[in-house]
Design a protein around this ligand. Structure first.
Ligand code: ZN
Length: 258
């Protein structure tokens, strides 16, 4: 008779079970990762702020990759106009809190992963608590006010932050490692005016959210080179990817003195 431990959570942190070895087989075979990299993913804790279009793709890939803990934060409910891009949700989820539906979906995808669902809006007052204990944060937000709060909190605490944004058929991504490269305020000194309902073609947040997950996996495992000091601009119209060099601003009010 097959015996199983009462909870997947009780699997040992410093070992991979036969089920985990099978689940992650295709990525463990990637020489840059291996069992060692997989164990780093298993021990990692990642904050994902926003589970909309970007957050759907980012969390699905991070959960399937075996990141040990995902803390997901969003105060929204699932709306009909979300469904052209927010692939965590279906029509039967309308009206339900996004973080609750997302937690169930991610847990179903990979029961080995711990999900902390926090139904809150990121603000100055809770940013420290939300970042507490995590290795890095991912910006899957839809407004610059909250992005700046997240950037400032990450720089203050020395936590890596992966910035992603979408407008229409254009996507942007930059990885921020405090002390090693520019922060979001070096790139955008002043908060841009908010634009209400931003137009979005669904595949674009899918692409950018997937790249955010890739950057997170790279930072956690030490694989390759993250896009530090490089703004990646993806233009869906001609399918071009550009890397625009971004320098640290010595007078940046957030990271200038650090
Ligand atoms: Zn800065």
């Amino acid at each position: 008779m097959e015996t199983r431990s009462p909870s997947y959570h009780q699997s040992q942190a410093d070992k991979l079970s036969p089920r985990e070895l099978e689940r992650y087989d295709r990525q463990i075979r990637f020489l840059g990762l291996g069992v060692e990299g997989q164990l780093k993913l298993k021990k990692a804790k990642v904050l994902v702020v926003g589970v909309g279009g970007l957050g759907s793709a980012a969390t699905l890939y991070l959960a399937s990759a075996g990141v040990g803990l995902l803390r997901i934060v969003d105060d929204g409910d699932v709306e009909l106009s979300n469904l052209n891009r927010q692939i965590l949700y279906g029509t039967s989820d309308l009206g339900k809190p996004k973080v609750e539906v997302a937690a169930r979906r991610l847990k179903e995808l990979n029961p080995e992963v711990e999900i902390e669902a926090i139904r809150e809006r990121l603000m100055e007052g809770n940013s420290g608590d939300l970042l507490s204990g995590v290795d890095l944060a991912i910006d899957c937000l839809d407004n610059f006010r909250a992005r700046f709060i997240l950037n400032d909190a990450c720089v203050e605490r020395g936590k890596p932050l992966i910035h992603g944004a979408i407008y229409g058929i254009e996507g942007r991504l930059m990885t921020i490692i405090p002390g090693k490269g520019p922060c979001l305020r070096c790139l955008i000194p002043r908060e841009p005016a908010e634009q209400g309902r931003i137009p979005v073609l669904g595949p674009l947040p899918g692409v950018v959210g997937s790249l955010e997950a890739l950057e997170a996996i790279k930072i956690i495992t030490g694989l390759g080179e993250p896009a530090i000091g490089k703004l990646i601009v993806i233009d869906g119209m001609d399918l071009s990817f550009h890397a625009v060099e971004v320098r640290r601003n010595p007078g940046c009010p957030v990271c200038g003195g650090k």
